[in-house]
Design a protein around this ligand. Structure first.
Ligand code: PGA
Length: 259
């Protein structure tokens, strides 16, 4: 059975001291996650502060929003997987649409980043999603398949055991216009089928697939109602401790995924 996974994508929000205060408040409000996984992705500059504020016994998983694929060297401004691992990160986002849109992350880079994450023992959360233009043109399936094929190209199926996918329609991110479960579920099924085809195994059945895009405490249960959807990648609604805590308490109460 796949364990539910709720991940907060902090984006470029919170200084190190704000992040530490946030995490202390979150930990005060929530002491038991009841068996679901909850991930936090502060900016790089706040990872150490969040780690210290959480303490060694915390159930929250620390992650990062991006990484570079080389291990070290003359790459000004970049952060490697070994640096993230050393700070206690367990997972890393790869290919978020804001990286693709604003920073030129290409499909081929997502492949190198997924490989680098695996090499350093970080779980990759690979983000895929179509633009509104893609969807209106009927190209959603094609875009998702292209992004998956490119990002996972040449990676042995056994190396992909820790992979998580986040399906995030670009038009739903930060717009307050979430996809409906009827729109999201067929894409989650397509992702599972594509993973099976790519790997020649039942990888699609093992991998957690999260929905992301304007998830709130009000609509999260609608997504988790489907056995296809294993959790959520949450931006705006993760920045307030009470709001974020409500999200995962709803996730905990909703029917566990058994697909
Ligand atoms: P949002 O962002 O929840 O604010 O739409 C989601 C994301 O970008 O991962």
């Amino acid at each position: 059975m796949r364990t539910r996974f709720i991940v907060g994508n902090w984006k470029m929000n919170k200084t190190a001291s704000e992040a530490a205060a946030f995490v202390r408040e979150l930990a005060r409000q929530v002491t038991d996650l009841g068996g679901i996984h909850v991930g936090l992705t502060p900016p790089f500059t706040a990872l150490q502060a969040v780690r210290d504020a959480l303490g060694p016994a915390s159930p929250f998983l620390l992650g990062a929003q991006n990484l570079y694929w080389e291990d070290k060297g003359a790459f000004t401004g970049e952060i490697s997987g070994s640096m993230l691992k050393d700070l206690g990160c367990r997972f890393v986002l790869v290919g978020h649409s804001e990286r693709r849109q604003f920073f030129g992350d290409q499909d081929s880079w997502t492949n190198k980043k997924v490989l680098a994450a695996i090499r350093h023992g970080l779980q990759p959360i690979l983000c895929v999603g179509e633009t509104l233009q893609d969807r209106d043109a009927g190209n959603t399936d094609q875009v998702i398949q292209r992004q998956l094929h490119a990002a996972l190209w040449g990676i042995e199926p056994q190396a992909l055991g820790s992979l998580t996918i986040a399906y995030e329609p670009v038009w739903a991110i930060g717009t307050g216009r979430a996809a409906s479960p009827d729109q999201a579920v067929p894409v989650h099924r397509l992702i599972r089928r594509t993973l099976d085809e790519l790997s020649g195994t039942d990888l699609g059945h093992q991998v957690r697939i999260l929905y992301g895009g304007s998830v709130t405490p009000t609509n999260i249960a609608d997504f988790l109602f489907s056995e296809e959807i294993d959790g959520a990648l949450v931006g705006g609604a993760c920045l307030d401790p009470a709001c974020f805590a409500t999200l995962f308490s709803v996730a905990l109460r909703s029917t566990p995924s058994t697909a």
